[in-house]
Design a protein around this ligand. Sequence first.
Ligand code: ADP
Ligand code: MG
Ligand code: MG
Length: 928
Amino acid sequence: MVRPKNAIVRVYSFGNGATDGSAAMKNLLGSKGANLAEMSNLGIPVPPGFTITTETCLEYNQLGKDKVVSLLMAEVKLAIATVEKRMGTTFGSDENPCLLSVRSGSRISMPGMMDTILNLGMNDNSVEGLIAKTGNPRFAWDTYRRFVQMFAGVVLNVGATSKEDQNPFEEIIERYKKNKGVDLDVELDAVDLKQMVFDFKAVCEVQTGAPFPENPWDQLWASITAVFDSWMNPRAIYYRGMHQIPEEWGTAVNVQAMVFGNMGGTSGSGVAFTRDASTGENIFNGEYLINAQGEDVVSGVRTPQQITLTGSKKWATLAGVSEENRKIKYPSLEELLPNTFKELNTTQALLERHYNDMQDLEFTIQEGKFWMLQTRNGKRTAAAMVKIAVELLSAGLIDEKRALLMQEPSKIEELLHPVFDNEAIKVAEVLAKGLPASPGAATGQIVFFADEAHKYSDTILVRIETSPEDLEGMNIAKGILTARGGMTSHAAVVARGMGKCCVSGAEKINISYKNRTITIGSQILNEGDWISLNGTTGEVYKGKIKNKEAELSADFDTIMNLADKYRTMRVRANAETPRECQNALKFGAEGIGLCRTEHMFFEGERLIRIREMILSTDEIGRREALNKLLPIHKNDLKDVLRAMKNLPVTIRLLDPPLHEFIPHDIINQKEMALEMHVSLETIIQKVESLKEFNPMLGHRGCRLGITYPEITEMQARAIIEAALELKTEGITTYPEIMIPLIGTVKELKLQKQLVKNIIEKVFAEKANSVQYLVGTMIEIPRACLIANEIAKEADFFSFGTNDLTQMGFGYSRDDAGKFLPIYIEKGILKSDPFQVLDQEGIGQLIEMATIKGRSYDPTLKIGICGEHGGDPSSVEFCHQIGMDYVSCSPFRIPIARLAAAQAALKQRLPNQVENLYSCIEKEISAPI
Ligand code: ADP
Ligand code: MG
Ligand code: MG
């Protein structure tokens, strides 16, 4: 196209001749437009068309409809003329109409945007012209019928008038099929379709109060502006908020000449993948429909057929269709239109080689002629993601960095947990949906109480919410379902740590502990009934569903080894049992970043001793109880230190408020009274005296150790005796003692002195010594502000970002569920700050504390141990500010390793990586 110099270009032509754009112009042309241009540059048949830039979308939002239409007018007219020339048709002509599709397309494919409009330009005159030209009235009326339906739905917003109503167009189609006694829309003839067009238009007129627009230019501008409008519709805004997509990206508009898959037996439409999107196998596959247009294939109006012969045979076996029948009724495209198939096959190979990634293709065949309508990097499962990258790498098609950058770190977790059988899940009944709190698949019989978790061999623990007392039961159960609580609720955090499947906050389920029932709508489930949980999607299913252990593939190892090669940050685990340590090591942990000692106190005799200490009225009594706890605590610590030999283990001193160790319901209180040989009143009184208005801001963390130094002393002794005993067994350990919840230097100083005194004493008693560190958790905003002073007393810093977020925002983690979802919906927050580190605010505190800490000691060891340690964007942030390590739950370690590697690559090769990264289409999932 010849353009005046220096003018802003808003329209780029592509297809069937000279093309203005290319794949590199994704930001300006959107992904769909850039790839259409790229394909036509490659000589692949693409119907001619043009892309209106994403920048025009921004102008549209600033300048308004009229202004932008006038700015676009000349360029669009010129581009339409080009399309007309290339197609040999005329837009707006009655005899030889040029029909168009109008499609949205931003940088990444985004649900919430406007649906595609096909066959634009149809009206009462052009339909006659199309009949005369093709001699195919059925085709012409089908094309017109589809256009009215799409334009009405998408541009005119004609649809169901209430939630309970059916879509009026679907209703009309159903009626026609019923009257005629047929099942499929292809069985309707020209007469039916013609009548249907009039019925459709009548619905439009009733609903909009205006006649259906007949003028093709009016139709075109209304469609183009509708695409721009859709960028600002609430659905799209919501998605952008959820996935942190900037509004400034805008959407492009693609206008393209129609090619017709609905012209009869040698026409059709299909979707294909260059490799298997669920397994990653290098097998070309896909589905198609003969005599169909656009989205018929995915919308399920008819059962689509397989593209390849192999695929078709496999499908027939699964569907129980005989080979005879398959050949006649469900032939593959390979058999039916061998020449077209050959062309498609060549094209898919070319495109995959060109983009060096698995492609998801859309094509249409018009009377035997093959056209490509879209290509993009295909969505895939975690297994496929890994396998495809490794295979492309070993074929020498991509390098190691690209293979790593092709991974979506958070997806990796899918591979680590047991999974449901793909086929079994398809037929399962979904009962409810909650938050995907901890991935994996679990099937079991319902129990409502933690101490009944062993009642059946496989149980699902169903609770309104869980508490630390449920820990053991949670460990025994196969999965956990809660009616309340978010992604950082107790159940969620603990389950993730255990690698146990958990669905939390399934609001629709009503639990009656009394009747031992779950009520969901009109359904009632009883204790002992089978249910299944998918912790990856949050779905709750009725009955038993077959599942299988995850097997880590050799490809997985290859990717993880690559990650280790490129990352510079270390990855540790949050763990407190030998089993968790084993898991952590299996997944590549290089130490423990957080061993929460209180988690070691909830079981058996430990709990009795802790309770004994709590019930004591004086120091002597407390010390007595603690002395009994000491050997047990030491052994538990030994187990952990032994499992992690030669690696650092950060052990946090007791952190939670003491009331967490005492039951709050009368039944358990009675039980405790019996067990402890005290009166029920004593227990109740103790509960009363431990009551706090804001326990999270109350008597916890180092405040416990300051008021009850004997607790700190016992723990320090247990840790160091454990290390010494292991030393005599020939095992080297690196204990790092961590003082929690420091807000002043003096707190740390006092606790550290206490710890050191005890340790010196133990060294003297045993005439032996070991290496150890004493550091602190940075989790109170004030600690960040005085980090340079704290650094003088600390051997290391570990950011406790859960509390830091809680206190920095002033959001109680346990109550935030009431308003956080609304905050996110309204765009006040981009995401849950307890899951994704708030880099803008809390991140500043962390960065400041890091700089201040290192201003005193440039080599100060710094890490993070909050939930954020396993979140990819947070890991990247930690890398950028120079942390030494991140620590996360064992099952998130591979995620953190990958995210750390990607962070290092992005920092080292910012420009190259930006390019690499931009070719990876980020996957966006459907709304919950
Ligand atoms: P999505 O983003 O949902 O994939 P598209 O914009 O790709 O939506 O359009 C959906 C379908 O519409 C395409 O797969 C294709 O089959 C059909 N389509 C779009 N443009 C044309 C065209 N110019 N000719 C024929 N079919 C088209
Ligand atoms: Mg779409
Ligand atoms: Mg598409």
